[in-house]
Design a protein around this ligand. Structure first.
Ligand SMILES: [Zn+2]
Length: 320
């Protein structure tokens, strides 16, 4: 695939100069990030129906819903295979522990196995030690199943931020090479509207942690999430298609992200208040069709493959 030059067109994807708080930790791009071998990234947070961090979920814990993660993942894995696409699977430790064959299958089919932590607790609600134990536990389970090192992490509900700088140190200590937990848009649940919008290398002591943020469309000075979750479900396909086109034209791979429950309109539902219900369950019936359309734009790659394509030789070494 030919390289697409990084240009500044009518859209502005520059997230590097806006965040003074993080300036010290950011190594400016060397010209290769987001440019080489432009393929969009697919990521799946492999978790079950109850892995939602709404405050209102506290009142719903008594509702025990049957697991549907394997059935939904079966559909997603078949969809990826049909399109010759690869994805990074951020497995929740509890899911991997309960369904190790699901991890084995995803690994055998060439997808990247990465960590979504163990118990889906927000990073901001954990101490450093609790966070370390949670992530280490999930990595241990995944590595025992696949026999391969885990190199990537995504926090539950995008909950790593500047308020938890120790979390990056923990990730590096645990041997992780990249983090995909930045959501560069502020919502009532999560996100940081000042976070960088492009992949970058974060210096953590003497080590480098590559950051791969969720994609946002920067248009008219504002940011618009579009690549997954509620935004993918809520927006008309043409908007998603246009945003993907503009991102790719500007030299940026899009980081798509979905949850298995999002393709499952038949799932039993928690009794959530209206706003949380909207975020959790809007347009579930449209997601699978959109996933197929996204995959039809060209085979997606894993986060690691995308980083390697950008010249992350240290990653290539780590996976030898
Ligand atoms: Zn999650």
């Amino acid at each position: 695939m030919s390289e697409i030059p990084l240009t500044r067109g009518p859209t502005d994807f520059d997230g590097f100069s806006r965040n003074a708080d993080m300036a010290e930790t950011i190594v400016p791009p060397d010209g290769r990030y987001g440019v080489a071998r432009l393929r969009n990234i697919m990521s799946i947070d492999v978790e079950d129906l109850d892995a939602m961090n709404f405050e209102s979920m506290a009142q719903c814990r008594h509702q025990k819903l049957e697991s549907r993660v394997c059935a939904n993942m079966n559909v997603l894995l078949e969809s990826l295979a049909a399109h010759g696409a690869k994805a990074t699977m951020f497995f929740l430790g509890t899911v991997a522990e309960r369904f190790p064959d699901l991890v084995r299958r995803a690994d055998a089919e060439g997808h990247e196995i990465a960590s979504h932590g163990y118990g889906h607790e927000l990073v901001s609600r954990q101490t450093r030690d609790e966070f370390r134990e949670d992530v280490a536990r999930s990595i241990g389970i995944l590595q025992q199943i696949t026999g391969r090192p885990v190199l990537g992490y995504r926090a539950p509900s995008w909950s790593i931020s500047n308020k938890t700088p120790w979390a990056y140190e923990v990730l590096v200590e645990l041997g992780l090479r990249y983090d995909a937990s930045l959501f560069p848009f502020t919502t009532y649940l999560y996100g940081d509207g000042n976070a960088p919008t492009r992949p970058f290398a974060r210096q953590v002591g003497q080590r480098t942690l590559h950051e791969v943020p969720a994609s946002v469309l920067c248009l008219f000075g504002r940011r618009f999430p579009f690549g997954g979750g509620f935004y993918l479900r809520a927006m008309p396909w043409l908007i998603t298609r246009m945003a993907t086109y503009l991102a790719n034209r500007a030299g940026q791979p899009v980081v798509f992200y979905i949850h298995p429950r999002e393709i499952d309109p038949q799932q039993p539902r928690f009794s959530l208040p209206w706003r949380d219900r909207l975020v959790a369950y809007a347009n579930l019936g449209t997601t699978l069709k959109k996933v197929h359309r996204l995959l039809s734009l060209g085979p997606t790659v894993t986060v690691l493959q995308s980083l390697e394509a950008c010249g992350m030789s240290n990653h290539a070494t780590a996976t030898d």
